[in-house]
Design a binder for this molecule. Sequence first.
Ligand SMILES: *Cc1c(COP(=O)(O)O)cnc(C)c1O
Length: 446
Amino acid sequence: MTDTLSQAPTSSTSARIVTEIPGPRSKELHERRLKTVSAGVAATFPVYAASAHDAIIEDVDGNRFIGFTRGIGGMAVGHTNEAVAQAVADQASKVTHTLFAVAGYEPYIEVCELLAQHTPGNFAKKSVLVNSGAEAVENAVKIARKHTGRTEVAVLHHGYHGRTNLTSAMNYNMHPYGTGFGPLAGSVHHAPNSSPFHVGLTGAQAAERTITFLEKRVGASQIACLVVEPIQGEGGFIVPAEGYLPALVDWCHANGIVYVSDEVQSGMARTGTYFASEHFGIEPDLVTSAKGIGGGMPIAAVTGRAEIMDASHPGGLGGTFGGNPVSSAAVVAVFSEVEKRGLLNEAKRVEKVLKPALLDLQTKHPVIADVRGIGAMLAIEFADPATGKPAPEIAKSVQTHALHAGVLILTAGTFGNVLRFLPPVVITDDQLREAVAVMDDALSAL
Ligand SMILES: *Cc1c(COP(=O)(O)O)cnc(C)c1O
């Protein structure tokens, strides 16, 4: 299987630019979009997708891009994965919708069984299925509050949790997520994080800083839950120092606080394990998942200790489309693909190929201040080599250069000075090398 995944590029597996960017069809769609689509929805790239497969996205003008971005990790299994597409088609012709709380169906239960099996922690687990990552985080907070009888919610600096009212309050960056949209939900407290590249504290020192803040500013006995991304996604793929997360989990457990691992971005085969929490040896009480689990279909979940997940009275959790049969069937197919095609190992292969190439790039281009991440969740951070100041303009110009060369890469980081590589784990070695060569060109041209 690895052989077919890593085969030499054919004409349909490498980038191909055949028009100016954006091309005429994309421009036309953009004109139409401006008339009826809210300006509040960002347009990161000016191109419109016509079709996609594995790591390649073809736009409406016939340009082909290697996608490091699309779906922001929604596609660990790759675009239009055959097994997922088949499962969706089959389920769509059986039952498309009933509302699980009204008339149940098997795929919902299968998803909960798979999540119980594959999320970290050797204890009885239950799940609730919802529609989006933000909704999963909202539900995790509801459940933790009901379970503990407490109100306060703790999060970390540089975190990201969604765009609903509560999750906007939980994000570190007020802009663009919160400005002008308030009042945002209260009872949310932002504590310092661990970010070895930015602040050279050990895991133990960083945990002490986080815990001291929460104990002094909030009071441990008031806190219902601590919600943490094991690797901070929008924050710039920040991997915490060793020992940091276990210390937070221990502190939560000593103080009756529910530890929630927000794995919406880092989960589902992304880092070479099913969930990134495994890399840090932690067993969260609750795990949120979304992006990667549905292979592109909208679905999300909260999974965790059965006694906590059962805290809500019947009717307190759920929603019309949560765990929709078609989306649930997609999740079952994604889990099966991860097993059958060895996608955990494919994520490790991506790291083995891409990380050394990025480190080489760093040696050549000192404006790359840091290379970090795990598995198929890697990032480079740009800073002025003289002053150490964040260099978002470099990230932006490499992103633009890459777009014109047929590579789509998203920026990240609180200062926008990070490029993140979040490819489908089925991306080939040649595609990875092609993308690195494009970035090398972009940096040399600066
Ligand atoms: C994307 C993201 C969310 C929000 O998910 P949506 O499906 O966009 O609502 C929440 N948490 C993390 C860590 C994310 O990366």
